[in-house]
Write a protein that binds this ligand. Sequence first.
Ligand code: IVH
Length: 691
Amino acid sequence: MSLLERTRRLQNSLKNKDREESAEFLIDELIESLNEHALLYHQQGGSIISDAEFDQLLNWLREMESAFSGPVRPDSPSHRVGAPPSEGFEKVKHRTSLLSLGNAFNGDELRAWYERALRRLELPLDSNIELVSELKIDGLALSLSYENGILVQAATRGDGQTGENITANARTIRSIPLSLKSGGQKVISSLEVRGEVYFPKSSFDQLNESLASEGLKTFANPRNAAAGSLRLLDSSVTASRDLAFFAYGTGPVSESIGGNHSEELRVLKALGFQVNDHFLQSLGIEAVIDFCAMFAGKRDDLDYEIDGVVVKVDSLALQERLGAVSNAPRWAVAYKFPARESTTILRDILINVGRTGMITPEAVLEPVEIGGVMVSQATLHNEDYIRGKDIRIGDTVVVKRAGDVIPAVVASIAALRTGTERIWSMPSSCPACGTLLVRLEGEADYYCSSSTCPAQFMRLVEHFASRDAMDIEGFGAKLAVQLVTTDSLTSLDDIYKLTVDQLLLLDGFALKKAENLIESIAATKSRQLSRLLFGLGIRHVGKTIAELLISSFQSLESLSQRTEEELSEVDGIGPVIAKSVAGWFSESQNKGLVASLSGLGLNVAEDAPEGQDGDLPLTGKTFVVTGTLPSLGRAEAESLIKSKGGKVSSSVSSKTSYLVLGENPGSKAVKAASLGVQIIDETELLTMARA
Ligand code: IVH
């Protein structure tokens, strides 16, 4: 199809709001057409569309790019018009190009990449060569030139050949050394270090908050914040932004700093660079695949965004033999995590009443798959959020789903409006009980203030039974709705008064199931008191605060008698929590509930804290046991650990003190190694337990 035909089709799709095409597809098409038009114009002096048409297409592109918070393609023509500060930076030609990477999206594609490398090296296909897997930091590539140990130039990647000189800004980044540590070694006369500039997630939220409070435009994600901050013309503003840098390799060097990549990383660290600790050195590709899977699940635990794992052949000699194809090396590959964003249509906005009466607008979406999960609902936070982002019913919206976080609508794409979209406004009364909704001064949320609202009560029942609260087996959201709508429950204590006969009246209940549920309800009467307190759903009393309150006051009785002042004397209890707790216990309805729960036999007082086992040999240590141990069975090992004061966990995390490794261990060893968890064997465990 000719360029003109493709352009006309694209104009039609955008004008007629053709919802068949995804935003990503349209962005790609726009970039490609615009670049071809620009080339025609500049190189052949002719144009086949009018300037006005070109500008219209470019506007569409910029609008869609800003709504779609994924990275803007480096070849997007929007870079040329949208960023006047770039005019202020001098261009820098890189001495050797900053390459990009080929992608792999699953284990098989990683295996295929590895096999291609082995073939090229003329090695048998079952060979195991040394690989290094590193996190793929989602920021911006930066090249730093050091002459005789002094930072003389910092340049952005640009198109890989030519970047921008942003030395003044880079100098403000604390993790970029201005001069290198020599560590007793001879100073390297010329060294180019490459790595990624990023914006820590925690600082990103703060930055956006402060930008918003000044009425300034916020950044869509940490990557955009890093890019924006790095390209500010005023480096004193860059200095106030919390940018950071991870070094991941070298460019041209006057003398070698290592024979393989992992050695280079160690030397970079010794020279004073921040090098990411989570990397795996492995033989062969299988451990790499485990490492990728593990970090796909852990990416939300890190304080920086990662979008995949970069796998590199460790030996520089082998890297050299493998070489590169066009602009990507054959010796490295990027494993990309599944996308976390997608576009879809916002069908409607409903409001959800939470257990504290808080009202949250919820998006009803045309179902869309994000990272392997179908999403049909997402949060819209509050009214200001919807207004601020001009999100309308019928809009094409960008939906983001990150880990365990509830999916959220993050933007709308105004360029795709058809004119039939509707502006939403907050209803004036609660859809469940009709009470007028109120918005307290200075707060973003509306509340239903009724104490008898059935929607609030359903959520409270669901919360009370949930895993972190009373953990009643077989008691979920659906049952909460059934029980409340049939008036089987009108107060939380009614849960413990339910009978088999009552349950048999509900849809889906036969005798066995009803008996089991009554049994599991009864079994929760002895749950820890902090769970009960958390389950009561007192505003601002989360799990940790509930534990803190119980360890300070031991019983509901004693807690209920504390004044606001007494409560706020507890370290960790602020005035807002104190007020909420004292207020809750002062209401007669709640006093009645506590008395009734106690009368029904629930545990309402905690035993005095134990203080006996402080000096057992394994106190304070957490163990994970993996593989088959030579003499102890796993259960035996675990009970030994517990009897000596240690804790046993089933999965390795940064909190694990020791991994006890047996024969044929699984991926836990890889995980432990990547987290720097100490690995011991059975003999060492026995020695420690005896101490
Ligand atoms: S190595 C030839 N390692 O990913 C190898 N790149 O397409 C070149 N990136 O924008 C890069 N973390 O800046 C490498 N640990 C890492 C990385 C990494 C992030 C970025 C890089 C470039 C893109 C590669």
